[in-house]
Design a binder for this molecule. Structure first.
Ligand code: NAD
Length: 450
């Protein structure tokens, strides 16, 4: 006789055995937040890495009703102190991230450590039953992304990646305009990040009390190669290959996420890039100038560039170029410009025998098409501007994460989406390092090997 088991029992058994519970091609039984006993309990949060971004995320979380930051840990004591102060003493210093993972009363962890830690901490957190909000880039290598996607599926935990600009109202509007077809056929996107300051080039100030007494060097290094104590490496880790992929993983990953979101594209099928270190030579290993081209199977290319030498184009943005219009997404605004074009074969036709030129322009259709100045005046659309005002996208992105934690509905930027955006950045670096075009294997969700 077939023995029925309850859903609760089913979940208990599958989590106890660590078995993958496949309910459909991509569905896994959703696991409830770990520490909650009643629907009205606050969702409890542990912060892993309360650095510059970690504390911005804390500020956002503290604005969200029904959440409570109860734990923090960081490798620099000054940041632990400031983080606890931020919560008015309610959060406790757990010392090490594993202590946060071991505490069954904590539902959610926020991971805002340097990139070389992301995969290990995210995987261990999901295996410990936590839901995870993790900063971009999801990964330090492509293989890590494949693993994170598997663990997110097998554990049924919510994992949301922190590319907040995709939750801005402006990018949602851009997505709507692209989907409406107003831009016509899109074959080209130009994306950029340009900076001309030391802070823009990640040369952040080092706190004056930083020393081997206040900085836990081993905790920072973790899976990275052993190196002598260095405050530059600790506080400016983006400049070194051991902890970061430089411009592509720090900046291009934002552009890739936004472009994937706005265009409804999954992933680049190939990438080629060049990078060089021209200006900030004393402070880093990674290039300060990168030009990359990503090719998408949906039928468009993305040209991505960053210099740390000039910011004439300002901050970051991208221009989506279509046959009927262009859309520029930059600086909290989007601008739509219709394509107003007319044919002009005059310079060719003027070389023909005079009577043939005259005959060509005696056709009223050609005249109308090629000589707009001969037509009655028209009023043409000049463009539209949309500016975002209101709640910051980091808060919206975080609110959407907690909504997923409560409802167990898939997050807006799940592990697969985060893996692909980070993988684009890694493909760019691979191309820079090998001087070759790097191809994506859509079946394996990894680069084509060999
Ligand atoms: N979404 C965004 O717009 C955005 C903005 C800035 C940074 N970020 C991302 O946030 C992450 C952190 O960047 P940041 O600028 O805050 O760097 P940061 O150096 O200011 O902060 C990282 C913190 O992690 C701590 N840390 C290192 N190893 C640790 C460990 N094993 N356990 C606990 N803490 C540890 C460090 O002491 C440091 O305080 C990066 O992945 C970065 O890409 C995202």
């Amino acid at each position: 006789m077939r023995k029925e088991i309850t859903r609760r029992e089913f979940l208990r058994r599958s989590t106890a055995t660590g078995m993958v519970v496949t309910l459909g091609p991509h569905l896994v039984a959703p696991q409830q937040p770990q520490g909650r006993t009643g629907p009205n309990d606050a969702i409890t949060v542990g912060i892993i890495g309360s650095g510059a971004r970690g504390q911005e995320l804390m500020e956002a979380i503290m604005k969200i009703p029904g959440t409570e930051i109860v734990a923090v840990c960081d490798a620099y004591k000054g940041r632990v102190r400031r983080a606890i102060e931020r919560t008015k003493g309610r959060a406790k210093d757990y010392g090490h991230y594993r202590k946060i993972l071991d505490d069954k009363s904590i539902d959610v962890v926020v991971i805002a450590t340097p990139d070389h830690w992301h995969a290990r901490q995210a995987i261990e957190a999901m295996q410990a039953g936590k839901d995870v909000y993790i900063e971009k880039p999801l990964t330090y290598t492509i293989d890590e992304g494949v693993e994170i996607v598997k663990v997110a599926k097998s554990t049924g935990r919510i994992l949301q990646v922190g590319s907040n600009p995709m939750s801005s109202a402006i990018q949602q509007k851009a997505k709507e305009i692209v989907a409406s077809g107003r831009l016509g056929q899109i074959t080209m996107i130009r994306a950029y990040y340009n900076r001309n300051t030391a802070s823009g080039a990640w040369i952040y100030p080092i706190p004056p009390d930083a020393s081997p007494e206040t900085v836990d060097w081993e905790m920072f290094l973790g899976p990275a190669p052993k190196r002598p104590f260095s405050l530059e490496r600790f506080f400016r880790w983006r400049c070194y290959w051991d902890y970061s992929g430089g411009i592509p993983t720090d900046l291009f990953v934002h552009l890739c996420t936004s472009i994937h979101y706005v265009m409804g594209a999954k992933m680049a099928s190939s990438a080629m890039a060049v990078g060089a270190l021209y200006r900030w030579k004393e402070s880093r290993e990674v290039p300060d100038t990168v030009n990359a081209v990503l090719v998408y199977p949906e039928g468009f290319m993305v040209n991505m560039s960053t210099t740390f030498n000039n910011q004439r184009l300002g901050g970051s943005g991208f221009q989506i170029l279509g046959t009927e219009g262009s859309l520029e997404v930059a600086g909290g605004e989007i601008r739509f410009y219709p394509e107003i074009v007319h044919e002009d074969n005059g310079w060719v036709v003027r070389s023909w025998p005079r009577e043939l030129e005259e005959a060509y322009y005696s056709d009223p259709k050609i005249l109308a098409m090629e000589r707009p100045e001969t037509q009655p005046p028209q009023i043409l659309e000049a463009g539209e501007v949309y500016r975002e005002e209101g709640i910051d996208s980091t808060l919206v992105h975080m609110q959407r994460f907690f909504e997923s934690v409560r409802t167990r509905k898939p997050p807006v930027q799940d592990a697969l989406m985060g893996h692909r955006a980070a993988a684009c950045a890694h493909m760019v670096n691979l191309s820079i390092k090998t001087g070759k075009i790097v191809y994506w294997d859509f079946e394996q969700e990894n680069v084509k090997k060999g």
